[in-house]
Design a protein around this ligand. Structure first.
Ligand code: ZN
Length: 404
C-alpha cells in the first residue's frame, strides 16, 4: 500500500471528533473506549490522568507508537485515531494483513497533563524528552517500561516541530521531518539505526510525490537524555516523526492526514521488508532542517533613513484554559536578512516604516490599543505602516500583513 493510495482512502477513515489541536485528555477517553481494540490502563500521569495503551493485531512483530510526549504537539494523536478506524474498518485486506503480521501498541497522548495546559512540558514542568535517564516523571517511567517489556522491533516517536523549520536552506517550510536518532556520540550505524533510516528513506520517497521539497531531516546530534536516542540504544529501531508547518493549515488537519499515510505506509514496508534496499545516501539526500524562515519578512524598508529588512515571528498564546489561543508578534530581527526567507514576504522597495498613528481612522476595525501606535522596536510587537510617497503600501498589525 503506497502513501498516495492511503491518502486517497483517508476521508473514509478520518475520525470525525477532531476539528482542532487543543483537545484534552477527557475528550479522548471515550474515543479510546470505542476504538474497537483491547485497551489497558498502563499508568497514571503525575496529576492522575489515566494513560492507556491500545493493542491492535496479534502478529509476532511488536511495534510501539506514542504521541504527544510534548503536550502541545497533538497532530499524531488525531492520526492515531484515524489509523485505528482504518484498522477496524478497512476491508481491502491490507489492514487485516497488518494485524496478522504485527502487534501494534498505541499510546495516544502520553503526556496528558501537558496536553491539558497545551504546553510542551509535563505537570512537573519537565521536558519528558530529556528525562529518559533521570525518569523523574511517571510518564517517562511508563515509556521506558513499555519499551523494555514490549521490545518493539520499531518505535514511532511522534511529535510536532516549530513551523518555521525549512527543508534545507530554502524558502520551503518543512511539513514533515524525520530522524533516525543516534544511539551514541559517534553517530554510528548499527543494524537497529540502519533499519530506521531505511524506513524513513522509503517514507521520504512517497512524500516527495505529495509534498515535494517539504520533507526535512532533523539533526542527529546525540542527546544522552532523550528517549529517541536511548530507545535506539535499547535496540528498537526508532523513527522520529515531526509534523511541522504547512502554510494556512494551522490546525494541522492536512498534516494529520499525512501522518495517517506515513505510519500506515511505514508499516506496509516493514511488513514486506521492502524498505531494506534503501541506502544511507537515500537518507542523506533528505535536506536538513534549517532555521531560516520568519513568519513575515519585509525586504528593503527604510527606518529612520536606514535601508534594512525586518523579520517578524508570530506565536500562539494559550487562553486561560488552553482551549483556544491568541497570536502575538515579535520583531525578531532587523538588518541584512538576505540569507533568510519569509513564510510570507513583502518587497517594500525602500518604503518608509512609520507608526500606525497617522492611519488610525483606516484601521478602526482592528481594535488597536494605544501601545500599538508606538515606534517599531526590536523584540517588541510588530505594528507599523510601510509608506511610499506619503501613501501607505501596507500595514503590519500584530505581525499580519495587510496590503493597503
Ligand atoms: Zn516534541
Amino acid at each position: 500500500m503506497i502513501l498516495e493510495d492511503l491518502l486517497k482512502v483517508y476521508p473514509e477513515y478520518r475520525h470525525p471528533y477532531f476539528t482542532h489541536r487543543r483537545f484534552k485528555h477527557a475528550e479522548i477517553l471515550p474515543l479510546i473506549k470505542e476504538c474497537g481494540f483491547p485497551v489497558q490502563q498502563v499508568a497514571s500521569s503525575y496529576e492522575g490522568r489515566k494513560i492507556h495503551k491500545i493493542t491492535a493485531g496479534t502478529g509476532s512483530r511488536p511495534i510501539l507508537l506514542w504521541s504527544q510526549m510534548h503536550g502541545n504537539e497533538a497532530t499524531a494523536t488525531m492520526a492515531i485515531f484515524d489509523i485505528l478506524n482504518y484498522l477496524r474498518k478497512d476491508n481491502s485486506g491490507f489492514a487485516q494483513q497488518l494485524l496478522e503480521v504485527f502487534t501494534l501498541h498505541f499510546v495516544p497522548m502520553i503526556n496528558p497533563d501537558g496536553a491539558q495546559r497545551f504546553t510542551r512540558r509535563t505537570a512537573q514542568q519537565i521536558d519528558m524528552n530529556r528525562d529518559a535517564l533521570a525518569l523523574a516523571c511517571p510518564e517517562s517511567v511508563l515509556l521506558k517500561k513499555l519499551v523494555k517489556e514490549i521490545k518493539p522491533e520499531f518505535s514511532f516517536n511522534l511529535h510536532d516541530q516549530n513551523v518555521r523549520y525549512a527543508a534545507g536552506l530554502t524558502p520551503n517550510q518543512a511539513a514533515i521531518s524525520f530522524l533516525a536518532t543516534a544511539y551514541n556520540e559517534a553517530r554510528e550505524w548499527n543494524e537497529t539505526r540502519t533499519k530506521a533510516m531505511q524506513v524513513i528513506s522509503h517514507l521520504n520517497e512517497g512524500l516527495q510525490k505529495v509534498i515535494p521539497n517539504r520533507v526535512g531531516r532533523f539533526s542527529d546530534e546525540f542527546e544522552p537524555r532523550a528517549f529517541g536516542d536511548n530507545i535506539q540504544k535499547w535496540g528498537s529501531s526508532l523513527i522520529l516523526v515531526e509534523s511541522g508547518g504547512n502554510g494556512e493549515d494551522t490546525e494541522k488537519m492536512k498534516l494529520r492526514e499525512l501522518n495517517f499515510a506515513i505510519l500506515l505506509s511505514a508499516l506496509a514496508s516493514i511488513s514486506s521488508n521492502s524498505y531494506q534496499h534503501y541506502q544511507l545516501q537515500d537518507y542523506e539526500r533528505i535536506p536538513t532542517n534549517e532555521k531560516c524562515l520568519f513568519d513575515l519578512l519585509i525586504r528593503n524598508c527604510t527606518l529612520d533613513g536606514t535601508l534594512m529588512d525586518i523579520g517578524v515571528n508570530i506565536d500562539e498564546v494559550n487562553n486561560d484554559d488552553a482551549t483556544d489561543y491568541t497570536l502575538t508578534s515579535t520583531i525578531e530581527d532587523m538588518g541584512d536578512l538576505s540569507t533568510f526567507w519569509g513564510i510570507k514576504e513583502f518587497e517594500a522597495n525602500g518604503a518608509e516604516i512609520e507608526t500606525l498613528s497617522g492611519f488610525s481612522e483606516k484601521l478602526t476595525k482592528y481594535k488597536l490599543q494605544e501601545s500599538d501606535f508606538g515606534r517599531l522596536e526590536f523584540e517588541k510587537k510588530a505594528n507599523f505602516a510601510l509608506v511610499k510617497n506619503q501613501k501607505p503600501l501596507a500595514f503590519v498589525i500584530n505581525g499580519q500583513l495587510i496590503e493597503a
